[in-house]
Design a protein around this ligand. Structure first.
Ligand SMILES: Cc1cc2nc3c(=O)[nH]c(=O)nc-3n(C[C@H](O)[C@H](O)[C@H](O)COP(=O)(O)OP(=O)(O)OC[C@H]3O[C@@H](n4cnc5c(N)ncnc54)[C@H](O)[C@@H]3O)c2cc1C
Length: 422
């Protein structure tokens, strides 16, 4: 049997590794649009912040050789022909498959794609982006940057560049940064603390209206409030869309069933896949590393043994990078809020029918693995949640006294210690 993957990213690498470790001896071809060994996008901001490039190769830079994979790189797949069971690439090449693993991830979305023609304007999604930004900063001696977008990736970008020593202006259209992973109050708390701890200039309810160029290079950015800032570097991180066109003809993602099958012979997983939420059942793209890993393992198990069923995704968000100020959240921010705050620490759980409907933990997240387990296991917590939120204790304590604690989906171990521990 010949297996082909579209994508060489986190889901595809996990899938291939599982196949080989579980004895799959057939041919494997991995098709990618970049030229690298599989890397962890979660970790690439650390490279920009000063870590060595090797640290991004989360399963080793010798991945293809070690797992007997034929890589077809720097040549994007443009079409999946499910009838003939082959994929076609931009260079005109085609690759036949018996089973296809479709994991093409997502790409940055740009309000004005023509901005990218200007030297000094970059996305913040791929290792190619990071290598280009790093080179540009060094060659142009860049000391400040504007980051457009205050969501998870925008804040990650801002913190990585701040850690590198750049002065940052972060522009976000919402009333607070991280607006998808916080409620209003939690987001404003996080925004104020980020300003306090980093000195960043965070401009809310603002967007980048236009850029100013001089000789093809960025020289300034104009904001929607009428002000402007001179800068040589603009990072655009305002959203992503799934790379589902080659399979589905649109960018709405690829619906997968409980075996991660999109259609006969084709698995889809990772940031391109549409899956049910483990708690609410709501279908969506839940673009996190732990979901991608569990989906890839489910698909590998199904291909090898014909069994296994995906339990669903969880919309966990874990920002623990570049600064000692972690922010963790999951679920829906509706229901009865229970809040605890002291100094730099802010914790809130939303209760519905006595169970956790969603939570936001900021500043000290030691017990977030335990809260996560309470959330996904649907335990009643109305009698204990106030004590838990005010507790200075760590997950390990709760694991010991209850036998319950940080689970696999908390996402440990994708490259750099502590990046995403739940
Ligand atoms: C900067 C950044 C930080 C992040 N931090 C975190 C974090 O802290 N925690 C967390 O849980 N998640 C984080 N994520 C998200 C996480 O990286 C993704 O959820 C995960 O990588 C999903 O795996 P994937 O294989 O679906 O996508 P990817 O790992 O992105 O891989 C997609 C692959 O498809 C390839 N590809 C795309 N189009 C084509 C094509 N047409 N033909 C062939 N190949 C193609 C790409 O080159 C790539 O190899 C972060 C993402 C970014 C960008």
């Amino acid at each position: 049997m010949k297996v082909v993957t579209v994508g060489t990213g986190m889901a595809a690498a996990e899938f291939v590794e599982r196949l080989r470790l579980d004895g799959f001896a057939g041919e494997i071809v991995m098709c990618g649009d970049e030229e690298f060994a599989p890397y962890s996008p979660c970790v690439i901001p650390f490279y920009l912040a000063g870590e060595p490039l090797e640290t991004v190769y989360w399963k080793g830079s010798d991945f293809y050789g070690r797992y007997r994979v034929t890589p077809r790189l720097a040549d994007p797949v443009v079409e999946v022909d499910a009838e003939r069971r082959l994929v076609r690439t931009a260079s005109g090449r085609s690759e036949q498959y018996d089973r296809l693993f479709y994991a093409a991830g997502a790409r940055s979305w740009y309000p004005r794609p023509d901005w990218l023609d200007t030297r000094g304007v970059f996305g913040f999604k791929t290792l190619s982006d990071m290598v280009a930004i790093d080179r540009y900063i060094r060659e142009h001696n860049v000391g400040e940057a504007v980051v457009f977008g205050g969501g998870f990736i925008g804040v990650d970008a801002a913190l990585a560049l701040w850690h590198r020593g750049l002065a940052i202006t972060l522009v976000h259209r919402n009333t607070r940064v991280l607006s998808q992973m916080t409620d209003e109050e939690g987001g404003q708390f996080a925004t104020a603390k980020l300003v306090e701890k980093t000195g960043m200039d965070i401009r809310l309810r603002t967007t980048v209206a236009d850029i100013v160029t001089t000789g093809g290079e960025l020289s300034a950015v104009r904001f929607s409030d009428g002000t402007a800032r001179e800068t040589k570097l603009l990072i655009v991180a305002i959203g992503v869309s799934p790379n589902s066109e080659p399979l589905r003809g649109d960018d709405k993602g690829v619906p997968s069933d409980r075996q991660m099958l999109a259609e006969a012979g084709i698995y889809a997983a990772g940031d391109v896949a549409v899956t049910p939420h483990a708690v609410t059942g709501e279908a969506g793209v839940y673009a996190t590393y732990p979901n991608a890993m569990r989906q890839a393992r489910t698909a590998a198990r199904h291909l090898l043994n014909g069994d296994g069923s995906y339990a669903g995704s969880v919309n966990t968000n874990v920002l623990k990078k570049h600064i000692d100020f972690p922010i963790v959240s999951a679920g829906s921010f509706t229901g009865e809020p229970v809040t605890w705050q002291r100094g730099d620490v802010w914790r809130r759980v939303y209760l519905k029918d006595g169970m956790i409907n969603g939570y936001i933990i900021i500043g000290d997240t030691k017990m977030s693995g335990y809260v996560y387990q309470l959330y996904v296991s649907r335990q009643r917590v109305d009698g204990t949640i106030r004590t838990i939120l005010s507790s200075p204790r760590h997950d390990a304590y709760y694991r010991q006294v209850t036998g319950c604690g940080a689970g696999r989906a908390s996402g440990r171990g994708y490259g750099m210690q502590g990046v995403m521990a739940g």
